[in-house]
Design a protein around this ligand. Structure first.
Ligand code: ADP
Ligand code: MN
Ligand code: MN
Ligand code: MN
Length: 358
């Protein structure tokens, strides 16, 4: 938490003397959380390849064993830094052990290879990131201490005190994404009190994962300034409360063209045969996390069944109403959990639908 925001602003205004701060960001060994550290450069990098490879002590981040603990950070995606502004940058990195071997938590490496193979189909994605805001004690924002709010109903896209809590964070995050150059498509208050969503996309190929991870970095970084925590737990409250997903909207060139609905339907047919393989990579615990969320209630399909339908929010895959009406567009995979790795999700979809792989 910023101890005193107005004092901090004075320091942030000081002259940087043409130095550029580059914040290196990477996914840690949990495959859910991010780490970062900052480096001074003497020039303004225009692309990730201009930024030096760096390293970190993997042993303290569940990414390597103590006696062989150096992990390399390979720069892959560069953004403007909305926190430090000016020429400063955010730099997303892949993690490698020596000899160019990706770490176990580096899912981008294989995703990029698959996306390269599928280049001609121009796979587009849009991910809806749901999350919950918690105070420093771990209590969901707006929930009464030790109790429950009124049942769900008034909170989705809600307006006004009592309906929504934490909107400042949502607004700051929206602007921060725009400043950074992230394709944030929109945002809304969600079904459970204290729950929100932002959408990233459409993005092509491996860029979906890059943009979503940096958007996740920014929501946590902004919330940090308010002393608030962000939870990506797929089912923050058991019982009659909605969980958090990361619906993945997907299309190819063929699906977007007139009559593309035929290709959407055959994609769903392909996906129906690979339900188990998809569920396995749709949360960091190979389905265990999603088990709590995909119950068949709260606009989810049971984890055990594959279902689809037009405008059907209780299905695994939904064809949006307007897509059915226009006969072209995209499909929505509603199964990925809020804490899923978008590299794994998008890779799996392209393997199944475009490359026809097991
Ligand atoms: P929902 O009705 O499920 O809440 P949202 O409006 O929250 O849907 O999110 C829709 C997402 O779909 C957005 O992220 C948007 O960028 C994405 N999207 C729109 N068109 C396409 C497309 N042709 N291919 C892939 N994603 C798309
Ligand atoms: Mn949505
Ligand atoms: Mn939603
Ligand atoms: Mn959705």
């Amino acid at each position: 938490m910023a101890l005193n925001r107005s004092v901090l602003e004075q320091y942030l205004k000081l002259n940087q003397r043409n130095k550029v701060l580059v914040t290196y960001i990477w996914i840690d060994g949990t495959r859910q959380f991010l780490r970062s550290k900052t480096k001074t450069l003497n020039f303004e990098p225009k692309s990730p390849s201009e930024c030096p490879v760096w390293n970190f002590k993997g042993s303290s981040m569940r990414q390597s064993l103590g006696d062989n603990s150096d992990i390399y950070l390979y720069p892959v995606a560069l953004f403007k830094d909305p926190i430090h502004k000016g020429k400063n940058k955010l730099l997303l990195c892949e993690t490698y052990v020596s000899n160019h071997i990706p770490t176990l938590s580096n899912k981008r490496h294989s995703c990029a290879a698959v996306m390269k193979e599928a280049l001609d189909s121009h796979p587009w994605f849009g991910i809806e990131q749901e999350y919950v805001l918690l105070d420093a004690d771990g209590q969901i924002l707006g929930w009464p201490k030790g109790g429950f709010p009124a049942p769900e109903g008034p909170y989705h896209c809600g307006v006004g005190t009592g309906k929504v809590f934490g909107r400042d964070i949502v607004e700051f995050h929206y602007r921060a994404c725009l400043h950074a150059g992230i394709l944030i498509a929109g945002t809304n208050a969600e079904v459970m009190l204290g729950q929100w969503e932002f959408q990233i996309g459409p993005c092509e190929g491996v860029e979906m994962g890059d943009q979503l991870w940096v958007a996740r970095y920014l929501i946590q970084r902004v919330a940090e300034d308010f002393g608030i925590m962000v939870s990506f737990d797929p089912k923050p409250k058991t019982g009659n409360w909605s969980g958090c997903g990361a619906h993945c909207n997907f299309s190819t060139n063929a699906m977007r063209e007139d009559g593309g609905i035929v290709h959407i339907r055959s994609a769903i047919e392909q996906m129906s045969k690979r339900h188990a393989e998809h569920i396995k990579v749709y949360d960091p615990l190979c389905g265990k996390d999603n088990e709590r969320r995909l119950t068949g209630y709260h606009e989810t399909a049971s984890i055990h069944d594959f279902t689809f339908g037009v405008a059907h929010r209780g299905a695994s895959i939904r064809i949006p109403r307007h897509v059915a009406d226009e006969g072209k567009g995209y499909l929505e995979d509603r199964r990925p959990a809020s804490n899923s790795d978008p590299y794994s999700v998008t890779e799996r979809i392209v393997k199944t639908v475009v490359l026809g792989q097991e």
